[in-house]
Design a protein around this ligand. Structure first.
Ligand code: G3H
Ligand code: 13P
Ligand code: ZN
Length: 330
């Protein structure tokens, strides 16, 4: 059993309060390996941004739970070595059981998500409440979810959105005691968030997806004033990265994300945490494919993972500076 406090991590309470008051959002970047972790920390130290290092259950299986805990501890020390003691949260993304959340808390996570969004309402409340009781006894913060995002949520996939019902949020927050709430207003996971037929074309011929449901967000804000909201599935799927991938042997079809202006707008509202994973995957894949295509004789992993790390870092600096507004807030 190790407390996140011993590892130099923080929970999300104070950084969310500051993000809410300052009208910006904290980045939650997923990681599975060393290069991703280095890119996140380098970018956030250079931009002076607080950051949430986010680990899915799949990432935990992939990387090993013990290694991840030491990597997060290493991230804290690495940030200091790079010159800035930025607030770093280690967060479980889409926890699906009490046991998984407890295990993460016992292994040094400072924040967990319990995603009961696919359960009947009362079951979601009961499971979330159980996690909150254990987490709060250890000063760990908890994110709950109401509403279902279309696309793949970890092992569960949904064909259509079920938007969050504003009438439920106050009751859910009161009964569960969660510290933040993930909502469904039109985002979804992965690189194929919309079908082309759902989009319109602008004057330049670029596909423009349907806008996020800011009306639902506003209703939610009215019901739980001052409460931190989380947006999952918030990658923008940069078309330049998709083009690099596809022109170097890739086959990404109909890859469409959330326009950055909409995320910028969301960040100034009650949205205090914005989750980005797919854009990082695209940045890494584009860089690796480019090296493989242009330098076919290269076989030193550092020669392709190094450029991938640089590309990731540039993406994250762009996100915190131009989209989320968290740069300079550490
Ligand atoms: O929401 C899901 C995240 O993008 C993590 O994805 O379960 O493939 O690690 P993963
Ligand atoms: P993206 O797939 O849009 O990056 O969303 C990531 C996410 O929500 C992780 O929980
Ligand atoms: Zn998610």
């Amino acid at each position: 059993m190790v407390s996140y406090k011993e590892l130099g991590l923080v929970n999300s309470k104070e950084i969310f309060a500051k993000a809410f008051a300052g009208k910006y959002a904290i980045p939650a970047f997923n990681f599975n390996n060393m290069e991703q972790m280095q890119a996140i920390i380098q970018a956030c130290v250079e931009s002076s941004s607080p950051v949430i290092l986010q680990v899915s259950s799949g990432a935990r299986k992939y990387a090993n739970q013990t290694l991840l805990r030491y990597m997060a501890q290493g991230a804290v020390e690495y940030a200091k070595e790079l010159g800035k003691n930025i607030p770093i949260v280690l967060h479980l993304d889409h926890g699906d059981s009490f046991e998984l959340c407890k295990s993460c808390i016992d292994m040094g996570f400072s924040s967990v998500m319990i995603d009961g969004s696919h359960l009947p309402y009362e079951e979601n409340v009961a499971l979330t409440r159980k996690v909150v009781e254990y987490a709060h006894a250890h000063d760990v913060t908890v994110e709950g979810e109401l509403g279902v995002l279309a696309g793949v949520e970890d092992e569960v996939s949904a064909e259509h959105h079920t938007y969050t019902e504003p009438d439920q949020v106050e009751d859910f927050v009161k009964k569960t005691g969660v510290d933040s709430l993930a909502i469904s207003i039109g985002t979804s996971h992965g690189a194929n968030k919309f079908k082309p037929e759902q989009c319109t074309r602008n004057a330049q011929g670029v596909l423009v997806p349907p806008p996020l449901r800011f009306d639902i967000l506003k209703e939610i804000e009215k019901r739980i004033p001052g409460f931190p909201i989380v947006l999952h599935g918030a990658s923008s799927v940069p078309q330049d990265l998709v083009a690099i991938i596809n022109s170097n042997g890739g086959a990404l079809k109909d890859a469409i994300g959330i326009p950055e202006e909409q995320l910028r707008e969301a960040a100034t509202s009650a949205v205090c945490k914005i989750n980005i994973d797919s854009d990082g995957r695209l940045a890494m894949t584009a860089a690796v494919r480019e090296v493989f295509a242009t330098k076919p004789a290269e076989f030193d992993p550092r020669k392709y993972l190094g450029p991938a790390r640089e590309s990731l870092k540039a993406l994250y600096i762009h996100k915190v500076t131009n989209v989320l507004g968290s740069a300079g807030k550490a």
